[in-house]
Design a protein. Structure first.
Length: 647
């Protein structure tokens, strides 16, 4: 008698929610990685949680959406102690570091063979387990479970229930997460527990895999894709890091996420080491893990802030030639945690290599947008995943614009364009100095900022709006004659002399004018309005809030530099007091429309209390005011070809 194998149901080229979410099988397996990071002589096993349609036990094979999530098994909140940022920036003598000194060669990566290899002693068909709550996992995946997809979740090395030590962004971490895709394709082993060596295979999987997730989760999508692993068909990184140096540093400065000053890679690694939640397990590795952490702290080199081979190892853009998976990028233009630099640079790298790539830029911060009303995100991702994982010819490549940007003037308006930035070329607006002298005194104690209460908002308002204040220099444009779109990366340059042997250099581009602006904060507009699928939880539709009272300004973008890194981000040059040097650096890429009649303001300053270290030293600079330039990718809105791509 012929066996009936269930299958997906299609309507209008899309999979339909015919699979009961509540009947899905929930399993836990332990994938064998190619690394031994805790040094016990055995390859590290990592716990993997799987939710798949029950029909896969009846012969149906399905693709998988995989989330690599170091946060999901709790984190060490009490271990999160940021580094002290109330300290001076260290001056350095002349360095002679070359580009070859800091270039990492991925071909040199190899992992030693285990001293104690495992021998399979039997096989199991399934590994059901009691369902547990997983942190930082949204109900969005239920949408696809009910449409014939499995979801796969893994905390990775050093998380509770797994073995090994985590080292954020390292080749070891990437190789471990990659092993899950290898297992889904039958290329490596998994076991039913940590000790019995009972092997289990992913016979239910077609071998086609997508990776998705936000922040660290999205970063691991990029990391694994950079290996070129077979079976990874597409990645959906949201608010993800493409270069770890650009997350924790900037042009020779310690500069992590705004709002997370003092954060660094060693802090994140320790925060995610949830093996410590199991006292017995932690006791067995405590000393080895302490030594591991010491190595990370030394290698990250907070003192210099320079780019290095260690950081180059964590720059996935350098491995862009190895990408095979298509890419669907999502990022917030108000995300000052993982800045838009990361997705814009990855988009450019993929576009230049002909890798299929889409990008959505929204007006939010560090968020998911599957519940953003009017975004049509779920419809597009449904189309995208059905195409890449089920091979359905539904026109996804043509129906989804290459780039979609949500307007800051109207959140219901999404502007479509074939590429990014939408503006080609630069304009140098005429700048009128708001002060007679180019003297800048970086003295935090002379500002409104109070270290004891961290009143950053007051400091920012004083910086932008004060008519005459020695801690900043302001340069104004004439009022704009028409609505103008700024799209891309702003460049600032100037000549200056410093009276000290080091300095923090900062710049921001600001829109001036009273207006009730769109904020990145969200509000629920329809509770329970999203039925994800068949017997799934319900989601809430959200929108961005408008300011209740008009604000006087909007920071469009910012940029920073250690004055000693004026030639490169990896080598410090001496500063001779009083000698004039040329400085040039980029701001964070942005897309922002400025209304007619508004002015732009370039602000040059030193310490950024929201981003940089906060030194006690007073540093004086003399800026040649006629040398100040700002190159802005801007054009009148009516001259740009952009479609209403998401209406």
């Amino acid at each position: 008698m012929e066996q009936h194998i269930p299958g997906i149901v299609l309507k209008d080229g899309l999979t339909q929610p015919v699979f009961d979410y509540k009947r899905c099988l929930f399993e836990k397996v332990y994938v064998e990685t190619p690394v031994d990071t805790d040094g016990d002589g055995r390859l590290d096993l990592i716990a993997v949680y799987i939710r798949r349609p029950l029909e896969t036990t009846q012969g149906m094979r399905v693709p998988a959406i995989y989330v690599a999530n170091p946060y999901m098994l709790e984190c060490n909140e009490d271990w999160y102690v940021p580094h002290d940022v109330d300290r001076d920036v260290s001056p350095y003598p002349q360095q002679h570091i070359t580009e070859s000194d800091i270039t990492f060669d991925p071909s040199t990566v190899s992992f030693p063979q285990p001293r104690y290899p495992r021998a399979t002693v039997g096989y199991a068909d399934t590994a059901p387990t009691e369902e547990i709550p997983l942190d930082c996992i949204s109900d969005w995946y239920s949408y696809f479970n009910s449409r014939g997809y499995a979801s796969v979740f893994c905390g990775g090395l050093g998380t509770r229930g797994s073995q090994g030590f985590n080292c954020c962004g390292s080749p070891e971490e990437t190789a471990a997460f990659k092993a899950v895709i290898d297992w889904l394709n039958g290329r490596c082993r998994a076991f039913t527990n940590l000790t019995d060596n009972i092997e289990i295979r992913a016979d239910w999987c077609t071998g086609k895999v997508a990776m998705s997730g936000k922040s660290y989760l999205g970063t691991m999508c990029i990391a694994v894709a950079s290996t070129g692993v077979e079976g990874l068909e597409t990645i959906i990184p949201e608010a993800a890091i493409s270069n770890w140096y650009d997350y924790y540093r900037c042009n020779g400065l310690n500069l992590p996420a705004i709002g997370w000053q003092g954060d660094d890679l060693d802090i994140l690694a320790k925060y995610c080491f949830s093996r410590a939640k199991d006292p017995e397990d932690y006791a067995s590795v405590r000393e080895a893990y302490a030594a591991w952490l010491e190595g990370i702290a030394a290698d990250e080199d907070r003192d210099s802030g320079n780019y290095s081979r260690w950081w180059d190892m964590r720059n996935y853009l350098k491995a862009a030639d190895r990408f095979k998976a298509s890419v669907f990028l999502v990022h917030g233009l108000a995300d000052w945690n993982v800045k838009p630099t990361h997705c814009v640079n990855l988009f450019a790298a993929m576009e230049s290599r002909g890798i299929p790539c889409k990008m959505m830029l929204h007006q939010g911060g560090h968020i998911y947008i599957h519940d953003l009303q009017g975004s049509r995100f779920n419809e597009m991702l449904h189309l995208w995943l059905d195409h890449w994982l089920y091979g359905i010819e539904n026109g996804a490549a043509e129906r989804i614009p290459n780039v979609l940007v949500q307007s800051n003037l109207d959140q219901d308006l999404w502007l479509a364009s074939p590429s990014f930035p939408a503006v080609k070329g630069y304009t140098e607006p005429v700048l009128m100095p708001a002060q007679a002298s180019g003297r800048l005194v970086d003295d935090l104690s002379a500002t409104v900022y109070d270290r004891t209460r961290d009143n950053a908002a007051e400091w920012l308002a004083e910086l932008v709006l004060s008519e005459r204040h020695p801690h900043c220099l302001r340069y104004l444009t004439a009022p704009l004659e028409t609505d103008t779109r700024i799209s891309g990366t702003v460049q600032v340059s100037f000549r200056a002399a410093c009276r000290a042997s080091t300095a923090i250099l900062s710049a921001m581009l600001v829109e001036l004018g009273e207006e009730c602006r769109l904020t990145p904060e969200q509000e629920v507009v329809q509770a329970g309005g999203i039925p994800w699928g068949n017997n799934t939880p319900l989601g809430d539709w959200k929108r961005f809030r408008l300011e209740e009272k008009p604000s006087a300004f909007k920071v469009i973008s910012r940029g920073w530099m250690n004055a000693q890194n004026r030639r490169s981000h990896y080598c410090k040059d001496t500063i001779e007091p009083g000698v004039i040097y040329d400085y040039q650096f980029s701001m964070v890429p942005m897309d922002h429309t400025v209304r007619a009649g508004r002015r732009l303001c370039l602000v040059l300053y030193g310490t950024d209390v929201e981003a940089t270290q906060r030194p006690f030293a007073v540093t004086e600079l003399s800026v040649e005011q006629d040398s100040v330039r700002v190159a802005v990718p801007m054009a009148p809105v009516h001259t740009l070809r952009s479609d209403k791509g998401n209406q």
